[in-house]
Design a protein around this ligand. Structure first.
Ligand SMILES: [Ca+2]
Ligand SMILES: [Ca+2]
Length: 297
């Protein structure tokens, strides 16, 4: 199976229900993310949050990666901090206690459970933290950050078939007030031709966000031969995750990206209030562009 279990409790000005850590919880497909409340906005005061994550199989180790955008009040971690424990409760050995603006290095559990605890006091806040967790694999490492003004992003081994059991994150970081344009030259991932209602691309997929993974606006989830085509990020950060299951691989994709100055249109784009559904948003923003053009703005 590939089901994770995540237990999560957050309380304000109170005590955590420690006895309940091992009951309830929800299952999650493949790797996922957790963030401090409100991330990447400021976390609220007087919080105590605990996450207990359990890998799908007893023998698996968990790898966690903190997002580089890490910001907790820095006073020797006396007031606000995040702690990581090597097990399912706070009696387990602590692997680290972190605060300040430097994201911790990746952490690997020795067993199949990790506990992450977040505490804030009543004043002085930061943006908080985001953690991606996945099964630690000794196979090819594929996650990468891109900071150059242009580059090429490919699935591992492209144009050969990509490996099975991938969990990769690609992130492009651009300067503020610029946008990132990604053009997919070729795209082929295992198709999902008969997804049940509400599901999409259950086997292998590419997922794209305009911002941090699972945090920024969601651009789309893609598989089969449905290429994302051209994708533009307006936040200065674009994230892609690649997930593949344990059978049937295709050649994957190759994409070029460039960072460019933000145009007048896209500045307007950002300040327009748009409906929450992304397809409505696309239609809406197209019509706005048309209106701007038609009015000889
Ligand atoms: Ca504080
Ligand atoms: Ca597959």
């Amino acid at each position: 199976g590939d089901k994770w279990v995540q237990h999560h409790f957050c309380v304000t000005d109170g005590f955590l229900p420690y006895d309940d850590h091992q009951t309830g919880g929800h299952t999650i497909n493949s790797a996922d993310y957790l963030t401090s409340p409100g991330y990447p906005g400021a976390y609220p005061p007087s919080q105590q949050c605990v996450w207990v994550i359990t890998a799908p199989e007893p023998g698996q180790k968990i790898l966690i990666n903190f997002n580089p955008h890490f910001d907790l009040e820095d006073r020797d971690c006396k007031y606000d901090y995040v702690e990581v424990y090597n097990g399912g409760d706070e009696m387990s050995p602590m692997l680290g206690k972190f605060c300040g603006k430097i994201a911790p290095s990746p952490i690997i559990s020795s067993g199949s459970q990790l506990l992450i605890k977040f505490v804030s006091d009543y004043e002085t806040h930061g943006a908080g933290f985001s953690v991606r967790y996945e099964v630690f694999k000794t196979g090819p490492e594929c996650s990468r950050n891109f900071t150059a003004p242009r580059g090429v992003i490919k699935t591992p081994g492209f144009p050969e078939k990509y490996p099975n059991n991938l969990d990769c994150t690609f992130m492009i970081f651009a300067p503020k007030m610029s946008e990132i344009v990604v053009e997919f030259d070729s795209f082929d991932m295992e198709p999902d031709t008969t997804p049940p209602p509400g599901a999409l691309c259950r086997y292998d997929w590419l997922e794209i966000w305009d911002g941090f993974p699972a945090v920024g606006p969601h651009i789309g989830r893609y598989c089969g031969q449905t290429s994302p085509g051209r994708v533009i990020s307006y936040t200065g950060i674009l994230s892609m995750t690649i997930t593949t299951d344990n059978a049937i691989a295709k050649e994957g994709f190759s994409a070029n990206y460039t960072v460019r100055e933000r145009s007048l249109f896209s500045v307007l784009h950002v300040f327009v209030c748009f409906p929450s559904s992304s397809s409505d948003y696309r239609l809406h923003s197209k019509s706005i562009h048309r209106q701007i053009r038609d009015s000889n703005f």
